[in-house]
Write a protein that binds this ligand. Structure first.
Ligand SMILES: Cc1cc2nc3c(=O)[nH]c(=O)nc-3n(C[C@H](O)[C@H](O)[C@H](O)COP(=O)(O)OP(=O)(O)OC[C@H]3O[C@@H](n4cnc5c(N)ncnc54)[C@H](O)[C@@H]3O)c2cc1C
Length: 344
């Protein structure tokens, strides 16, 4: 029997499996996709270093292989049986859909997050107007090395809108997703580096540059790249006849309405709970936060522990985090699991 079933093979799940092996525990990762790395595997570069996302995933993957860690792909966990510590999952390969279950001595939930569905904020016209993209879409464009408008032109002016799906009581998402501000700064800087003479605007509520190196990135974006940061919520977007986007906002620092027209708009989408969190939570009696992420037993020394014996959390499955925080929490979870298993 495995010591730990790790649900989800993002950076948190991968780090947890590697840490478990170092403590001579036998983990298995169940991943619903056909590859490891989670959301980070879809990114081009990473704040705060602007280093390659692919290199980080390659490094972790090499350790997964070196440590001979079992990984099962296409396995989507839908439930947990808390008495016997087993998970119910569907194996989805092509047309084949097989239901199965697996038991272990403990379970670590690292299901991560889903990006906020920008279509819900209808006023931003995502997938209705041309040339409106999310921060995830932009990362994919950067990865391909092709930043083009729908008409195939290089955009000369780009506006970022912060807090899309976060800190928004209208849609019931009160939480701050923590990483969107710095993502906006990183992507704005990169657009200025990639597109000579680009005019880049960031519309923000307030800048939350909490992490090491973030404030420095913010200053550099303003001083070295002339990114314009405008404090104010965008109230309206509309498409012009030549497929540009017209934005109306209020600059709340000078209390004046402003309107600009740009070639492209990027919506900085926040984090929501992974799709199966509800069914997993319900089946095991685990408490979810309002944002769909799992609530630990307390917010200080036990963020990796659930209220059910033998079930633990790490990474964005528990709360919005950056990569280092997700991976550090994964190592912490393994220490707690090790102590739990020894006590049995
Ligand atoms: C736009 C954006 C840009 C970002 N850029 C950066 C950055 O530059 N630097 C940085 O430090 N952080 C960045 N982050 C944060 C970073 O994405 C997270 O910290 C990281 O992805 C958390 O890893 P995770 O493993 O917890 O979750 P995820 O990356 O979400 O991985 C979860 C994994 O679990 C799998 N899974 C989910 N449900 C199931 C299930 N039921 N069964 C089986 N498998 C399942 C998923 O397929 C996925 O592989 C960014 C976030 C956003 C939104």
């Amino acid at each position: 029997m495995y010591d730990i079933i790790i649900i989800g093979g993002g950076v948190a799940g991968m780090q947890a499996a590697i840490a478990a092996k170092k403590l001579n525990l036998e983990p298995i990762i169940l991943e619903k996709e056909n590859k490891l790395g989670g959301k980070v595997a879809h990114k081009y570069s990473l704040f705060p270093t602007f280093s390659s996302a692919e290199q980080l995933i390659d490094r972790l993957e090499a350790q997964i292989i070196e440590n001979k860690i079992d990984v099962r792909y296409h396995c989507e966990v839908v439930s947990i049986h808390k008495e016997e510590l087993s998970v119910g999952y569907t194996l989805n390969v092509g047309d084949i859909k097989k239901v199965d279950n697996l038991q272990a001595r403990s379970i670590l939930i690292t299901t991560g997050y889903e990006p906020f569905d920008a279509r819900i904020k209808q006023e931003y016209g995502y997938q209705v107007y041309d040339n409106i993209y999310t921060s995830m879409d932009l990362e994919a464009m950067m990865k391909k090395g092709l930043i083009l408008t729908k008409e195939g032109n290089t955009p000369e002016s780009i506006a970022f809108i912060h807090c899309v799906g976060s800190r928004d009581s209208q849609i019931g998402n009160e939480h701050c997703s923590r990483v969107c501000c710095v993502t906006g700064v990183k992507q704005a800087t990169e657009l200025c580096q990639m597109i000579k003479g680009a005019r880049v605007y960031n519309f923000y509520m307030d800048m939350r540059m909490f992490g090491s190196g973030y404030e420095e990135m913010y200053k550099e974006a303003q001083q070295n790249y002339q990114v314009r940061f405008i404090r104010g919520r965008v109230s309206e977007l509309s498409q012009t006849i030549d497929h540009k986007v017209r934005l109306k906002a209020e600059d709340t620092l000078i209390s004046k309405p402003i309107a600009i027209t740009v070639d492209m708009v990027i919506l900085l989408v926040g984090m929501c709970g992974a799709v199966n969190n509800e069914s997993i939570g319900e089946s095991a009696g685990l408490e979810l936060r309002e944002n769909g992420l799992f609530k630990p037993v307390n917010a200080f020394d036990s963020t990796t522990k659930s209220t059910v014996n033998g079930i633990f959390y790490a990474g964005c499955a528990e709360s919005p985090k950056n990569i280092s925080e997700s991976m550090n929490q994964a190592s912490q979870a393994i220490l707690n699991i090790s102590t739990y298993l020894e006590s049995k």
